[in-house]
Design a protein around this ligand. Sequence first.
Ligand code: C2E
Ligand code: CA
Ligand code: CA
Ligand code: CA
Length: 281
Amino acid sequence: AKSDGANRVAVFDESMQDNVAKRMDIEHALHGAIGRQEMRLYHQPIVDISTGRVTGFEALIRWQRSDGTIMSPATFIPVAEDTGMICEIGAWALRDALSELRGWIDDGVVPPSTTMSVNVSPRQIADPNFASIVRHALSVTAVPAHLLWLEMTESMMLDEPELAENTLREIRAMGVQLALDDFGTGFSSLSLLQNFPIQRIKIDRAFVQGIAENTNDRSLVRTIIALGQSMGLDLVAEGVETVHQLQSLRDLGCNKAQGFLISHPVPAPAMGSTMTALAEL
Ligand code: C2E
Ligand code: CA
Ligand code: CA
Ligand code: CA
């Protein structure tokens, strides 16, 4: 039994070293990745549940490394956050997402009221330049501020709640809209709604998954929707994969949905054909 334990320790050590090596490799390769044009945004449609129309998109970043492998944001965003590189990556994503939207509107691919949602990290919101980065991105792309949604998670206010609050109020004052992502997965969702100028709740995929079969999940979603409605918030359910889930969400009064059932995230050049396919559904 003793040698068993020793073996386990050894294995654990090795995998920790693997992780450290992996992180260093990611960190190293991330340097200059923007300049080498290795980052791409994919866009996932968000639809109005009652009309089925696309009202906007969420921009989701993909990293194609020089060796050709595609790395998921779940893997590299945390590294980019720790090193501060997220500020450069985030500024690029904001600018790129808005210029895609500008192009689609100009080309008639989407209606001029279509919105773009961009994920932002706590590090970005803590950056004193963040509000001017947002203002500049809107101005160079000539996208009206109210078409931009910034999606953030509750971890944004863990470090510097006052700094975050001031920055968010400044951005809100420009007309930009703010969404609370992964709603219900953390402990402070409710106090965030109280203290920050939020216009939208995104109901986490974890709750949407069991909505058609599991009564607990259904009760939770029903409660989140009631809360959102009473505060006059826009409600988007994420991770909708089945018709049953979509029907349940409609029955419960959720107004928007996003998920593989409607569309996977698509690269920008595929947006024309995606919009045509969605219009025929
Ligand atoms: P998120 O903001 O919660 O994004 C939703 C994730 O769910 C995306 O994963 C999306 O591809 C995936 N998804 C959408 N519909 C479905 C579905 O029906 N079923 C399932 N199983 N998954 C679905 P993705 O693209 O891998 O992104 C992961 C996370 O990385 C995002 O979670 C977000 O937190 C972060 N992220 C992505 N792009 C950016 C970015 O530009 N900046 C920052 N700061 N974070 C980003
Ligand atoms: Ca998001
Ligand atoms: Ca989310
Ligand atoms: Ca998430």
